[in-house]
Design a protein. Structure first.
Length: 578
């Protein structure tokens, strides 16, 4: 690229000898003879500023100080060890004639900056504005680029300069983030002081390839009987939670996080576009349950800018990857991707991209696929860690055929569909048996649960089909009545209060009791209390069998028979009311 123009900005005119050195430097750097023009300016005291096309060499006092600041920012250390490292960095540092590619702000507003220049900027690169605010290149054009701003746009004005950093967007990572609430840039927002980072990861990262993965075959237990028995989730799986507003989507994710206590699983909850009060309540619930010890909450709430909401899930995923690649099991919740898609649509329309279906840009599928594909169960050669993703998507009037729901359904390994009618009937969690599915299936269940569940899902599907005949109960034959009563009992058994997860052993006991008929005839409103007392009774009557199930995850035939007999004995003795 030919650069025929160069300018020197300084308070005094350079001497002939200095001008010769400038010409020699430009000839050596760009391979062509360039004679710089001098422009008088008082803006660069103690030195000068050399501009060659879009390249800038700032040799003023402030420019050299900026170089030193960037060098010191790269120093890493802990506690008192950092002081000698800083001293060494300063003593070994000398200013360099480094070309910084700069551009000019053309327009600014709504978290978007249009800049001219920066011909070598790359997509996703971090740029720094004259006021110190950072942004990320999101749109590349022949005459400039579009930048999303991470901060207050009020400090940026048209005509101000913007500088490339040649770094992609990233986030600090480390175990110090556990128990903390941070924003999408990794800055703490809980008032508990700074976080000591162990490293830095790019927020955009290639998903593991097929060779780097292994099958999803270890259960990620939610503690919810309805899900663990029929739609099991495995470590490394992507299971969508979908439903209308206020149907219990976040409640399922929260119960799953609470159920990981003591299971060596790190949990990350990413709040996108949520009300601040909702996030505060969630953090308070986690703290009271002792779950914040292994949880990180990342907040890009309703009050955050569209750029911050856009990068939040990728930043949360980068945090999760840090732990996954060190051999840990991670559970990450994206709540919710509907609001994430809206934030991206806002940015895209402001960047003047052509809208497509429902005003979303054409690349909105890639938006979520490149995020969710990063969830995996890594091979043993890479440490065997896993990242399990629970994305949440909100539907309108149960319409799962809308643009964003269909996109995310096609990316994930199954979905848990929550139905509004079931929710208002008192079925909590309000899981629709027919529309929910786990494509991993029994591979993510322990053998004990798989054996105990039997034909539960088929029985419930038959009950849902026959449910319409309940209004004609007086005209039905006895066999049909018994089937309806059995199905109704199963539905009530699956009702579970929030923050009351079942263990794997509890679920096995309840499934055996239900399928053996030991819970038939129990008043529906007493089902949950009955179930809790039954679990205690079976544990007392069959301690050896229960210990074997809990430790091995296996269900021998004799253990299943012993539990079924104990459950029937419990009902016959009428101990439920004791």
């Amino acid at each position: 690229m030919k650069r025929s123009k160069a300018y020197i900005y300084s308070a005094s005119k350079p001497s002939d000898d200095q001008l010769k050195r400038f010409c020699a430097f430009l000839k050596n750097k760009y391979g062509e003879k360039i004679t710089p023009e001098w422009v008088e300016s008082d803006m660069y005291p103690g030195g000068f500023r050399l501009e060659v096309g879009d390249d800038v060499y700032d040799w003023s006092v402030s420019g050299r100080l900026d170089q030193l600041k960037r060098r010191l920012a790269e120093v890493r250390g802990e506690g008192v060890k950092i002081v000698p490292l800083i001293r060494e960095a300063i003593s070994n540092w000398s200013p360099e004639a480094i070309a910084e590619e700069t551009g000019k702000v053309v327009s600014v507003g709504d978290g978007i900056v249009n800049a001219s220049g920066l011909p070598h900027a790359s997509y996703g690169e971090i740029v720094v504005f004259e006021c110190g605010v950072k942004g990320m290149v999101q749109d590349l054009r022949p005459d400039g680029c579009g930048v999303i701003v991470f901060g207050d746009c009020g400090e940026i004005s048209a005509g101000s300069s913007v500088r490339r950093t040649s770094r992609t967007a990233g986030i600090p990572v480390g175990s110090g983030f556990l128990g903390r609430v941070v924003d999408a840039l990794g800055n703490p927002v809980d008032g508990k002081g700074e976080i000591e980072a162990e490293g830095y990861r790019p927020i955009e990262f290639a998903a593991p390839g097929i060779i780097d993965r292994q099958p999803v075959n270890k259960p990620m237990e939610t503690g919810l009987l309805a899900i663990d028995s029929m739609f099991p989730i495995g470590r490394g799986q992507r299971e969508l939670i979908i439903g209308d507003r206020q149907t219990g989507k976040t409640a399922i994710a929260l119960d799953t996080i609470l159920n990981q206590k003591g299971k060596d699983v790190i949990c990350i909850y990413v709040a996108i576009g949520q009300k601040a009060s909702s996030v505060v309540r969630l953090v308070d619930t986690l703290q009271k349950a002792g779950a914040m010890d292994y949880t990180i909450v990342m907040e890009a709430g309703a009050g955050a800018s569209a750029p911050m909401q856009y990068i939040a899930p990728y930043a949360g995923c980068a945090l999760a990857e840090h732990f996954m690649y060190t051999g840990k099991d991670v559970l990450i919740v994206y709540d919710d991707l509907s609001k994430h898609a809206v934030a991206y649509r806002t940015l895209s329309l402001l960047l003047e991209r052509a809208p497509g279906r429902e005003a979303y840009p054409g690349d909105v599928f890639y938006l979520h696929s490149r995020l969710l594909e990063r969830a995996a169960h890594l091979s043993d050669e890479l440490g065997g860690g896993s990242m399990t993703a629970l994305p949440i998507v909100e539907t309108q009037a149960g319409d799962v055929s809308a643009y964003i729901p269909t996109n995310v359904i096609s990316i994930t390994d199954g979905q848990i569909f929550l139905e509004t009618e079931l929710f208002f009937e008192g079925q909590r969690p309000a899981v629709n048996i027919g529309l929910s599915v786990s494509r991993v299936g029994g591979a993510a269940q322990t053998k004990a649960v798989k054996k105990a569940v039997g034909s539960l899902r088929l029985d419930l599907a038959q009950y849902r089909e026959m449910e319409v005949f309940m209004q004609f109960a007086s005209d039905l034959d006895e066999v049909t009545k018994r089937q309806l009563q059995y199905g109704q009992g199963l539905m009530h058994l699956l009702r579970q209060p929030q923050y009351n997860p079942y263990s794997q052993l509890d679920e096995v006991i309840l499934l055996i009791a239900a399928t053996s008929g030991a819970m038939t005839g129990i008043a529906l409103e007493k089902q949950y209390d009955y179930a809790r007392k039954l679990i205690e009774y079976v544990n007392a009557q069959c301690p050896l069998q229960c210990a074997e199930i809990a430790s091995t995850g296996q269900l021998p035939d004799e253990a299943k028979t012993a539990i079924a007999d104990a459950a029937l004995k419990f009902r016959e003795e009428g101990r439920a009311d004791a």
